[in-house]
Structures are given as C-alpha cells and as structure tokens.
Design a protein around this ligand. Structure first.
Ligand SMILES: Cc1cc2nc3c(=O)[nH]c(=O)nc-3n(C[C@H](O)[C@H](O)[C@H](O)COP(=O)(O)O)c2cc1C
Length: 413
C-alpha cells in the first residue's frame, strides 16, 4: 500500500509548484545547474544529502549495477551528471587459478530492449528485457574499471561501488569455495587502493538464480544470506589490504511475500552475520516468458515496485541496517515512496535507458536528462512530492532534509 495516498502533489504550495514548472521548462533547454544540490537548498529548502552503505553522499541518486556501468566512459558521464554513486557491473568471482564456480553467469549480452509493460494494477511502465548476466570480459579488465572509475570520480563526491557475484553453493553442495572469496576480494581491494577509505561492495544475488536449481531450497538461500557477509569480511581481513563495507542485494525469489520477509530477517541476525547494508530489491522473474530463445526472463516495471513496497510495509524490525532502494524508480514520487520506508539512496537502471523522446530535456547526456525528469517534473518530480509531504506534516516552513524523511523524523524537528 502506498504511503502517498494521492496521485497529485496537491499539498505542495502553489509557489513551489509554479517554480518547479518554470525550472522544468527552462532546464530542459539550458541543462541543470552546475551544483544541483546547492540549487535545491537555495531555491527549494531541500537538503538532499543522503547515505549509501552508511557513508555520506551528496545526493541520493545512483546508477544501479548493469549494462550502463561497464566502461570508464559511462562512469565519466555519470560523474559529470553529478550522480551520488555509481555501482559497477557485477563481476563473477574467481579463485587464484581463474576457476569460476558461477561461470554460467559470465555470458555475453546478446540483445537488450526497453519495452513498455503494464503491471497487474493496470499501471503502465517500462522494463528492460535482455539475455545475459554478469561481467564476461577478463577479470583484470574489471580491476582496471575499478581503478579508472576511482580516478574519474576522485574529488567529485560521486561514490564508486564495485559489485560481485561470489560462489553460492547449490542445495546439495555443502562446501563454500572460500578461495574465490579470498582471491577476488583481495584483488578488488588492491584496485580500490589499499589504505584508502573502506570499499563499499554489493553482493549480487541475481534474480536469474530464482529460475535455477540453486533457488530450489529456501533454507539454502537463507544460509547464503547469513554466511556471505562473514566470508567477505574474513577475506578482506586476511588480505590486509583494507576494509570492505558489504551490502546484500536482495532479490525477488519465486516464493511468496512471507519468504521475502524471511530474507530481510536473515540479514538482520546476530551482529557477526550481518552485512553493513542492503539493497532492496532486484527484479522479478517470469519462468515462462521467452526472449531470444531463452525461457525464463527477469522483468521490472510497476509489479516490481508494487511488490517491493508491499513487502517493506509488512516488514518490522527495531534496528534496520542502512539500505538503498532499487526497483521501478522512474519518478521522484516513486523515490519518495521508498524514502518513506527508510531508504537513504535510490539506484536506477531502467529509467536511465529509455528512448530519448521520453525525456523532456534535449541536451546533455541521458543521466542528466533522467535527473531533470526525476527532480523537476511538475506532477511526478522529487521536489513537488517532498514539498507535498512537508506541507501535509505541517513543516513546510522549515528546511526539508532527506535523511529526516528516511529516518521518520520529518515532523518532529
Ligand atoms: C540489463 C540489465 C542488467 C543488469 N545487470 C545487473 C548486474 O549485473 N548486477 C546486479 O546486481 N543487478 C543488475 N541488474 C539489476 C539492476 O541493477 C536493478 O537493480 C534492477 O533493474 C531494478 O532497477 P530498475 O527498475 O531501475 O531497472 C540489471 C538490470 C538490467 C535491466
């Protein structure tokens, strides 16, 4: 159930709505202000300082791991556009001899299309359909991408985040291949720069796992979630090269909402098993849908956000880990929905990949065009919906801090 119970940001003051309309039109022609954060603070009393993995970031918008963060050029564009963070494509772990237990996930992308999709609610949206999984180039090329991305982002305030798929035992496999954890973590830390600040790292549990035998046993999935953080931490300690902040990117399994809650609970167990943060939640999986001769494909769109928000509404915990939201964030309004449930950052893939005619801005790169829509759209943008919220709570005369909304204290200051 949505916590924004109206479809128009009617509670946003008229003056704000008029200014947003003006900015939407003029920025579509001129491009966004150089420091968007400062502009939002000065013009709209919005402090968009956010957090990712418990680290402070300049704004909450990030590129989710995938085909749009595979090259230095892509990272360069995102840094230039001012994203708060960029999660690199998922690399498949390997051991010292180059052995990859998850090699089936290192297959080249064949074809990728952005398609309209209608959710079960009747709401229209977008999904990316493709065939392919993780990084398929040499591991060394991924390490070079980490080095390049770090150099490009240096001093810009954009956080770089590697992503990895380590070995996960199947239901009838008892052993964990610790060699893959050790070798891959050490190499990534080396590329990150030893001695630097902790390296945030996403552990991808790709939704395509849900269609394979590997997801057959719920108990095994819960074991994965409990064991992986410790393994990664042990590997980084053994390497002596620095610390990792490990985040679990939870996926939508092929089970009911109750199992999603069990997954969330599994990462909130004893402190030694806990990750440092999590990402909720990767795409849905349709085992019957066919694409390019492949049966079973992942999909997103309105069903993905409906399910994510529904599960998050049911989940109760007294001390949640910091978390980053993913899943059908195609408007500022949807970002506010996740924010209200405690997310302190938003990571998008699909919305950075729509056909050019779906962005009003006609200059700049696609990331800039997307940010323009996300912030300034007069009906669905982040600015009007944050002001709507503040006005509803009787605090429209004060600075609106994003982290207060996430922490549930917007009306208490
Ligand atoms: C083409 C494509 C490739 C992706 N590759 C990865 C990946 O390698 N690792 C990962 O963790 N998530 C991957 N994802 C999932 C996205 O990072 C994101 O979490 C998901 O698509 C939901 O966000 P969206 O609705 O904004 O697309 C991929 C998604 C797409 C569409």
């Amino acid at each position: 159930m949505s916590r924004l119970d109206v479809t128009e940001p009617l509670a946003a003051p008229d003056l704000v709505r008029q200014r947003v309309q003006r900015d939407y039109e003029r920025f579509a022609k001129s491009g966004l202000p150089t420091s968007l954060e400062q502009y939002l603070l000065d013009e709209y009393d919005l402090d968009v300082t956010a957090e990712y993995a418990g680290l402070s970031i300049k704004n909450p918008w990030g590129k989710a791991s995938g085909q749009l963060s595979m090259t230095a050029r892509q990272v360069e564009e995102d840094v230039a556009a001012g994203l708060g963070f960029v999660v690199l494509k998922t690399v498949i772990a390997q051991d010292e001899q180059g052995g990859q237990s998850m090699a089936a996930w290192a297959i080249p992308e064949a074809r990728m299309v952005a398609e309209p999709i209608v959710g079960q609610s009747g709401e229209a949206g977008w999904t990316i359909t493709w065939k392919g999984r993780g990084w398929w180039q040499q591991f060394e090329a991924y390490l070079q991408l980490i080095r390049d991305a770090r150099r490009i982002a240096d001093d810009t305030g954009t956080l770089i985040v590697p992503s990895c798929k380590y070995h996960l035992p199947s239901p009838n496999e008892a052993e964990w291949r610790v060699g893959e954890y050790d070798f891959t973590t050490a190499k990534m830390l080396e590329a990150w720069q030893p001695g630097a600040s902790p390296m945030p790292l996403e552990k991808d549990f790709s939704p395509t796992l849900a269609g394979s035998d590997r997801a057959a046993t719920q108990a095994k999935i819960l074991e994965w979630l409990r064991v992986v953080p410790k393994l990664v931490r042990n590997s980084s300690a053994r390497s002596g090269l620095g610390q990792v902040r490990i985040g679990m990117k939870l996926f939508n399994a092929l089970f009911d909402d109750g199992f999603q809650l069990e997954m969330l609970d599994a990462i909130h167990g004893p402190a030694t098993n806990r990750p440092d943060f999590f990402i909720y939640a990767n795409r849905l999986f349709d085992p019957n849908r066919e694409f390019d001769g492949q049966r079973g494909v992942a999909f997103g769109g309105p069903d993905l956000s409906d399910r994510n928000l529904r599960v998050l509404d049911q989940w109760r915990t007294s001390s949640p880990l910091p978390w980053s939201a993913t899943g059908n964030i195609t408007t500022g309004r949807m970002a506010v929905e996740y924010l209200l449930r405690g997310a302190t950052s938003f990571q998008l893939h699909t919305f950075f990949q729509l056909p050019a005619e779906h962005y009003a801005m006609k200059i700049g790169n696609r990331t800039q065009r997307a940010l323009h829509e996300l912030h300034f759209h007069p009906q669905t943008g982040f600015v009007v919906w944050l002001h709507h919220l503040a006005n509803q709570r009787g605090v429209s005369d004060r600075l609106i801090r994003l982290l207060d909304v996430a922490g549930g204290s917007l009306s208490e200051r």
